[in-house]
Design a protein around this ligand. Structure first.
Ligand code: KG4
Ligand code: ZN
Length: 363
């Protein structure tokens, strides 16, 4: 059975063909990132215009790479929320057109649930129950899966990825901030600055990242010279070698190290909050498995800390491989397949399927 997955929830136009819910035959991701960089974040209007330009080409490419034809597709799975409404509508419209034209069943997929599905691609799928942590640019939430999803906690302000992006902006770095901060943090001391951690009460499973973000803002305002940010801004768009060379050759070595300390200390604070709450959720729900998904799941410090701390409690952590952390359509196709196999007709969407920008877990 071949499933065509489509995801246009944010700035990536993603299309994938997956065989029997397991074998990823193609995983095409066109990103409009470059167009958003100068604005320091995703501009919805630009994102949906770019989806319109890219989506048919992405489908063609995904089919070609999979050595498949349109008539070979047995199911179309498309993200219908959460995300940017204009962006979502592009994917949904094309999925409905293809479904209608080819008389192919269509299934609407929740992007957050698909992110957790990413952890099972080419890997062993654990049995329920498990705790899920979704950490992306738009969402941060903890869920409990015991067949169905139950929302345990979510961010009360910024998403974790959003905090990375905003702190990168404060430091004069490029968008998206997560990978740049992670790279910078490798040269910094995570204990250097003790940024605040918000735990929102001992038993709360909610998150809050606005406090640490504001603390970085004040720290930078009070301690950092602007010039140093400029240096890092240039550096962040370059390769690691370029970045190191630049650091050596500028007179600002001392100051750039300082920025590296800020990045490492900020990252450590975010990781602390994510790890603490995730393990608390395991304790409350008495489960020994954690599944992580979303762009921030690519962060190696988060992986290391979560895997290490969880191992001490005999909890096993399941992670997506790099390409399935950030937005992609293979995760959508895989979830579509599972739903279809499990619930058949009950899960099939009709042509009234539309975008739900604020879709929650389990909806
Ligand atoms: O899942 P995703 O691709 O899109 C959403 O659904 O939002 O996540 C994008 C987010 C961005 O905020 C980006 O800064 C963050 O994931 N991100 C990272 C890393 N790679 C991407 N954050 C921390 N460390 C990373 N290595
Ligand atoms: Zn996402």
């Amino acid at each position: 059975m071949l499933v065509l997955g489509i995801d246009t929830s944010c700035d990536e136009t993603a299309v994938s063909v997956v065989k029997n819910g397991k074998k990823v035959l193609s995983n095409v991701v066109f990103s409009s990132l470059k167009l958003h960089k100068k604005f320091g974040g995703v501009v919805p209007e630009i994102a949906c215009r770019t989806h319109v330009e890219a989506v048919t080409y992405a489908i063609k490419r995904a089919l070609t790479e999979a050595k498949a034809e349109f008539r070979d597709i047995d199911l179309i799975a498309v993200t219908f929320g959460p995300g940017l409404v204009g962006s979502l509508l592009v994917g949904i419209s094309i999925a409905k057109s293809f479904s209608f034209a080819g008389n192919i069943p269509l299934i609407g997929i929740n992007h957050l649930e698909a992110h957790l599905e990413g952890a099972f691609i080419n890997r062993i799928r654990p049995n329920s129950p498990f705790v899920g942590l979704v950490v992306s640019g738009g969402h941060t939430c903890l869920v409990y899966n015991n067949g169905n999803y139950e929302l345990l906690g979510r961010t009360r302000d910024d998403a974790a990825g959003e905090a990375f992006d905003k702190v990168a902006k404060i430091l004069g770095l490029t968008y998206p901030g997560g990978p740049v901060i992670e790279r910078l943090a490798e040269d910094g001391d995570p204990e250097k600055i003790r940024f605040p951690r918000s735990f929102l009460g001992r038993d709360s499973l909610d998150f809050s990242f606005s406090g640490v973000k504001t603390a970085v803002l004040y720290y930078v305002r009070d301690n950092l010279e602007r010039q140093a940010s400029g240096v890092m801004c240039q550096a962040s768009g370059k390769s690691k070698q370029d970045f190191k060379r630049l650091k050596r050759t500028t007179q600002s070595a001392r100051r750039t190290t300082h920025i590296a300390d800020i990045a490492a200390s900020f990252q450590e604070a975010v990781v602390d909050m994510l790890v603490t709450k995730t393990l608390l959720a395991c304790k409350i729900k008495r489960v020994d498995k954690v599944v992580v998904g979303g762009g921030v799941a690519a962060n190696s410090r988060l992986r290391k800390r979560l895997i290490g701390d969880a191992a001490e409690l005999n909890i096993k952590v399941y992670y997506p491989s790099g390409q399935f952390c950030t937005d992609n359509a293979a995760m959508v196709a895989v979830l579509g397949y599972r739903r279809y196999k499990r619930y058949k007709k009950r899960e099939i969407s009709d042509l009234s399927l539309t975008a739900v920008p604020n879709l929650r877990f389990g909806e």
